[in-house]
Structure formats: structure tokens, C-alpha cells
Design a protein around this ligand. Structure first.
Ligand code: UGA
Length: 434
């Protein structure tokens, strides 16, 4: 099938490349000339494990093309995916100007029937708005479908290739058939394509992310309670997770969720609820708990150093909001850096991928190390903010010999508490028995 993906950001590039991988002819359109030139010449513009190989292969085999020209890019396509940014506006609601701008142009240039698909996470009712924006100028038939993505950064290729489910929101039989054919190769393992109306599909995406964010904030509050009551959150997590109705996954407490999705989507759903004159109290609490959780380690660190961090120096392992990405949007590490430096402390950080991005944001505020152990030099304590695999089994002897104090504040519960005690560390983590 010939398809077009408008927008070559994270979602667009993964979508385009993975559809090419299953034999489709894919054209990706972007207004950024520089990006299109880079991509056309084989330079990938995002970091995502496994994507580069597929990108290079499909580009070489002629199934993946890039252009700045929307009219040329959509000419032969049966399906046009819109994978455009929906940044939060000042009031927290999603800004639809990119999507509606492209919809407006599409109306003017469509020459035959096409399926136009909202892939971006968009508020309920957006498919109707896109439909209206195209219909204003269109002279041919078309359908607008909502097909939200459920990709996780770091495992996006796997999530795309083997999805738990594919949600397709449309009331048109013609569009349903085309979308079903396009996704057939991805759901062979028995995972379902779930058909529904457009609005339900749009809400499914927000409900999924908000539910997962709720699980995390819930566990973060249980962890706080564990510390206050003398219980261990690892035990409680195992105890509740083995109940199928709760599930083992996404129950790990830590220093809060970050990234480009959960914070934005939870906020947008709260905003949509307010517009519908409904006060979504659980989600307001989820956001509030998460804001506080990002700074969960700070009072522990302050208490340990006698409530005076002036002149103290910290090693910080992990800057990305989660492992296997260089994404630092809403990353807890940035909040920790702000709090420590505001209290007069200095920081040397190490992250396998995210240092260049953090440098751009914080400039000279902190130092960066070439290596995880180099970050420890002269530090009064080590703080862990992201659970990269390379931090999971470090050389503890080396850590002890470099750190000034044998002290670790771990925001991701990477190590077993008894082991750390045995090794003689002062070790503080999230919600576990000391
Ligand atoms: C999330 C969803 O998981 C995807 O299904 C969705 O498609 C995507 O948002 C999106 O809307 O685009 P992502 O933001 O890449 O994906 O990251 P996750 O792996 O889901 O992690 C989100 C945050 O939750 C991270 O900060 C992580 O550290 C935190 N987390 C996750 C916990 O604190 N505890 C857990 O048990 C799991």
C-alpha cells in the first residue's frame, strides 16, 4: 500500500519506518528542510534502539522517501497519517494548530478518496474538527480515522511491530477495510484490532496513559506510607502485583514519571474534563503527587547532611526521564539539579545518552563526566535518577574508593538493601526498609 506520514518527529519516523518494513511504500513529509535533507541522505534524526537499522534498510531498498512538498507527498497515497506535534497550550489543553493547519491544506489538494488518520494524541472531538477543516475545501470523498499510538520510547520499534492492540476509530466501512488491511501484518500473533467510533478511540489513548500514571502515583504514595509505617514497598508491590486484576507491571515506585507523554496527557485530560464541566479529582491528585515525588530524595539528602547542602558536591547518575532514551522532558533529574544547586551544592552528572540535551538546558550550572565513575570524583554522595542498565551492577569497590562518603541516594531502587548494608554503604531508596 502507498502511505504518507506527515510529520517526521518521533511518532512519525517510527510509524513510517515500520510501515515500510512490512512492504508498504512510505513517503514522509515535513516542513523542516534541514530534517528532510538529513533523512533523505540516510542520517537518522532521533535516538531509538533498533530504528536505525530498519531506517537504513528501507531507505536503501526504496520503500522510504522524504519530501517537503505535501501535495507531491500525498498524491498516490491511500492513507495519510498525521503525526504532528500537539504541545500543551498555556492552559494545559492540547494545541491543535499544526494538525488543523495541515487538514486545511489537505482539503485544497485532495484529488481522490483518501483515509486521513490522526496518529497524534489529540483531545476527544479532534477527528470531527479535522473532518470539518478538510471538508471546508474538499471536492472529493475522504474519511478521517483516529488511530492512537501506544509506543514507549526506547522500545518503540518492538511496540509498533508487535502491538498489544491496535485501536481504530472510524464509522466508515471503507476506511475500516483499508486500515484493517494495513495493520493485518502486525496483529498475526492474535492481538486484536479493536474497532470503535472516533471519539472513543481518542479517549482510549488518554485513558490508557492516565491510568498508567495513576498506577505510578498510587505506588509512590504507598512507598511514602511504607516508610512512615515501617513496611517495605517491594513486598507490598509483589503482594498486590500477583493478583491478575492488578498486574505486575507499572507498579515500581520511584522519583516520579516524566517524559513527553504522561505529564502532558494527564494534564490535557484534566483540562478536557473541566471543559466538559467535570472535576476529575483522581487525576488532579495524580499530577500533584507526581510533582512532589520528583523531589522525594531532596529532604532525605538534606537531613543526612544536617540541613545544609552549601559547598556539598554530588555525583548524579542518570538524566534522561527513563533509560534507553535521550529524552529529558519533565525528567526528575532536572528538578533535582535545580533543588541542589539552589541550596548551594554542586553537581557532576553522567548519562549514557542525555548529556548533550541537558547541557543545552542547564549550561554551566553543573559539570558533566565522560564516564559514570569519573562523576564520583570528589562527591559527598551519589544520587541515582534513572535506571540505566549500566548502573544496575556497578563496581561497588570502585564507587567506595572514589566517593568521599560511602553514601548513595537511589531514586530508582536499583540495589538490594541488605547487600548495600553488607557493603557498608549508607543507602537510601524509595519506600524500602532500611
Ligand atoms: C508512555 C506509554 O507507556 C506509551 O504506551 C504511550 O504510547 C506513550 O507514553 C505516549 O503517549 O506516547 P513513555 O512516555 O515512552 O510511554 O514511557 P514509559 O515507559 O511508559 O514510562 C513513563 C514514565 O513512568 C517514566 O518516567 C518511568 O520512569 C515511569 N514509571 C514507569 C515509573 O515510575 N514506574 C513504573 O513502574 C513504570
Amino acid at each position: 500500500m502507498k502511505i504518507t506520514v506527515v510529520g517526521t518527529g518521533y511518532v512519525g519516523l517510527v510509524t513510517g519506518t515500520c510501515f515500510a518494513e512490512t512492504g508498504n511504500d512510505v513517503t514522509c513529509v515535513d516542513i523542516d528542510v534541514n530534517k528532510v535533507n538529513k533523512l533523505s541522505s540516510g542520517q537518522i534524526t532521533i535516538y531509538e534502539p533498533g530504528l536505525e537499522k530498519l531506517f537504513e534498510r528501507n531507505l536503501k531498498e526504496g520503500r522510504l522517501h522524504f519530501t517537503n512538498n505535501l501535495e507531491e507527498g500525498i498524491r498516490e497515497a491511500a492513507v495519510i497519517f498525521l503525526a504532528l506535534p500537539t504541545p500543551p497550550g498555556e492552559d494545559g489543553s492540547a494545541d491543535l494548530s499544526y494538525i488543523l493547519g495541515v487538514a486545511d491544506q489537505l482539503g485544497k489538494i485532495l484529488k481522490d478518496y483518501k483515509v486521513i488518520v490522526d496518529k497524534s494524541t489529540v483531545p476527544v472531538g479532534t477527528a470531527d474538527k479535522v473532518h470539518a477543516a478538510i471538508a471546508k475545501n474538499a471536492t472529493v470523498e475522504f474519511d478521517v480515522v483516529s488511530n492512537p499510538e501506544f509506543l514507549r520510547e526506547g522500545v518503540a520499534v518492538e511496540d509498533f511491530m508487535k502491538p498489544d492492540r491496535v485501536v481504530i476509530g472510524t464509522q466508515s466501512d471503507r476506511a475500516r477495510k483499508i486500515m484493517g488491511d494495513l495493520y493485518a501484518p502486525f496483529v498475526r500473533q492474535g492481538n486484536p484490532v479493536i474497532y470503535m467510533d472516533e471519539k472513543s478511540a481518542e479517549l482510549t489513548k488518554y485513558a490508557a496513559n492516565s491510568f498508567l500514571a495513576t498506577k505510578i502515583s498510587f505506588m509512590n504514595e504507598i512507598a511514602i506510607l511504607c516508610e512512615k509505617l515501617g513496611a517495605d514497598v517491594d513486598m507490598v508491590r509483589r503482594g498486590i502485583g500477583s493478583d491478575d486484576r492488578i498486574g505486575k507491571r507499572f507498579l515500581f515506585p520511584g522519583i516520579g514519571y516524566g517524559g513527553s507523554c504522561f505529564p502532558k496527557d494527564v494534564q490535557a485530560l484534566v483540562k478536557s474534563s473541566q471543559e466538559a464541566r467535570y472535576d476529575f479529582r483522581i487525576l488532579e491528585a495524580v499530577m500533584d503527587v507526581n510533582e512532589k515525588q520528583k523531589l522525594f530524595l531532596i529532604p532525605k539528602i538534606e537531613a543526612y547532611f544536617g540541613n545544609n547542602l552549601k559547598g556539598k558536591h554530588f555525583a548524579l547518575w542518570g538524566l534522561a526521564f527513563k533509560p534507553n532514551t535521550d529524552d529529558i522532558r519533565e525528567a526528575p533529574a532536572l528538578y533535582i539539579i535545580d533543588a541542589l544547586t539552589a541550596a548551594g551544592a554542586t553537581v557532576t552528572a553522567f548519562d549514557p545518552e542525555a548529556m548533550p540535551n541537558v547541557k543545552q538546558v542547564v549550561g554551566d550550572k553543573i559539570k558533566f563526566a565522560e564516564h559514570q565513575y569519573e562523576a564520583l570524583e570528589g562527591a559527598d554522595a551519589l544520587i541515582i535518577a534513572t535506571e540505566w542498565s549500566v548502573f544496575r551492577t556497578p563496581d561497588f569497590d570502585k564507587i567506595q574508593s572514589i566517593l568521599k562518603n560511602k553514601t548513595i541516594f537511589d531514586g530508582r531502587n536499583l540495589f538490594e538493601v541488605p547487600r548495600m548494608e553488607e557493603l557498608g554503604f549508607h543507602y537510601e531508596s524509595v519506600g524500602r526498609l532500611a
